[in-house]
Design a binder for this molecule. Structure first.
Ligand code: PLP
Length: 398
């Protein structure tokens, strides 16, 4: 008789997003015809931009020609895209990152879920609480840790949702800023403390910057490599999903500087290179051409418009709910808002309250970790019309 991987039994089952979907479906069954507005899942709603669509079409046309057909791609990604990323995201900001340190992938979820594979089993991990569930789940699934082995870094109202440096030293720290779910952003000065801590203690920081495009304030770094020394201790994960709307196209990348070496001199870059040679055949040529189009002048202009569309929603939610008497965090440098329950409600009670009274679907903060209790995550990825309507509904029941 076969046995299934028992590590999977350590995961929360059902996944809390499944419970959100179930409660939403039950609500719709009880209230047929009632419009439900979704503030929940962090998926974009605006279509792809003109420049990106043209690049996709052109790449498809190329694939139809014998002389320009592309088969297996280079596992690390095409140079045309890695060069564009290196110069736009890093050189322009004075960061010491080269195109050969960039690995193109099919998205930040794949990379944030797989990166732990190149680290030893006995490495101790630290995670922000609340945090993006992929970090913990992927470590549990591969048997890298038990829940109790993890060093949790509470992100609370008291610390402005920026964790304090850990008292016990981890080998790996996952940081995500601008943050999902709290919408908090870290200043360059605060991030520098983490980089210095990591370099002093031989720790690697896995920095998820999937929401970089939403940064509006000057003191917030766009990449961890703006902090001197980060090239010796930090891996950065990026995505085209939330800036260019590629959630259905699939494209992302991970930066692993060559200087990150374990005690025995082996470089993380070499191991990841070896790993993708076995487990990945590269992101698609068509998607990579679309990614390169994002870095053209027209592409950048369109992306700014796309992001500002969602930023306007974030502002509308933030201001509207504050007017309704709620305490709301985030939404300034991120497409997420972190809404505190007014009375002593759990996240799920608050979720049910907004669903049953206002027909609005949110995401319970407790699903992201115990410190998320009594909060809800709202996303700014809807249409202006739905966002406005939802804010008015919340106001009307407050
Ligand atoms: N990282 C964080 C923090 C996210 O919130 C998400 C998606 O919601 C991802 C990564 C996934 O990005 P991608 O669509 O590139 O896989």
């Amino acid at each position: 008789m076969f046995h299934l991987n028992s590590n999977y039994q350590k995961l929360d089952n059902p996944y809390f997003f499944t419970e959100v979907a179930k409660r939403t479906a039950e609500y719709s069954q009880r209230n047929p015809g009632q419009k439900v507005i979704r503030f929940g899942v962090g998926d974009v709603t605006r279509p792809l931009t003109k420049t990106v669509v043209k690049a996709l079409h052109d790449a498809v046309d190329e694939m139809a020609e014998e002389k320009s057909f592309h088969g297996y791609t280079q596992p690390q990604g095409y140079e045309f895209l890695r060069d564009a990323i290196a110069s736009f995201e890093y050189k322009r900001r004075g960061c010491p990152i080269g195109a050969d340190e960039i690995f193109i992938s099919d998205g930040a979820k794949t990379d944030s879920g797989n990166i732990q594979e190149i680290f030893a089993k006995d490495n101790r991990i630290a995670l922000c609480d609340p945090g993006y569930p992929v970090y913990l789940d992927s470590n549990l699934m591969t048997g890298k840790c038990e829940r109790d082995d993890v060093i949790y870094l509470p992100c609370t109202e008291a610390n402005g949702f920026i964790p304090e440096l850990p008292k016990q030293t981890p080998d790996l720290i996952y940081l995500c800023f601008p943050n999902n779910p709290t919408g908090a952003a870290i200043t360059k000065q605060a991030l520098q403390e983490w980089v210095d801590y990591a370099n002093k203690n031989g720790t690697v920081i896995i920095f998820d910057a999937a929401y970089e495009a939403y940064i509006t304030e000057d003191e917030i770094p766009h990449t961890i490599y703006e902090c001197p020394g980060a090239e010796n201790c930090a891996i950065e994960i990026r995505s085209f999903s939330k800036n260019a709307g590629f959630t259905g196209v699939r494209l992302g990348y991970t930066v692993i500087p060559k200087a990150i070496r374990a005690e025995n001199g082996i470089s993380a870059h070499n191991l990841w290179y070896r790993r993708i040679g076995t487990r990945f055949n590269g992101a698609g040529y068509i998607q990579q051409r679309a990614g390169a189009a994002v870095y053209t002048e027209a592409g950048q202009q369109e992306i700014r418009e796309l992001v500002s569309y969602y930023q306007e929603n974030a502002k509308m939610i933030r201001e509207g709910l504050q007017e309704a008497g709620y305490t709301v965090y985030g939404g300034v440098n991120a497409p997420y808002l972190w809404l505190k329950a007014k009375e002593k409600m759990t996240s799920w009670e608050f979720f049910d309250h907004l669903l049953n009274r206002a027909a609005i679907v949110t995401t319970p903060g407790s699903g992201f970790g115990p410190s998320g209790e009594s909060f809800l995550r709202l996303t700014a990825f809807g249409s202006h019309e739905n966002t406005k309507e939802a804010v008015e509904k919340v106001k009307s029941i407050s």
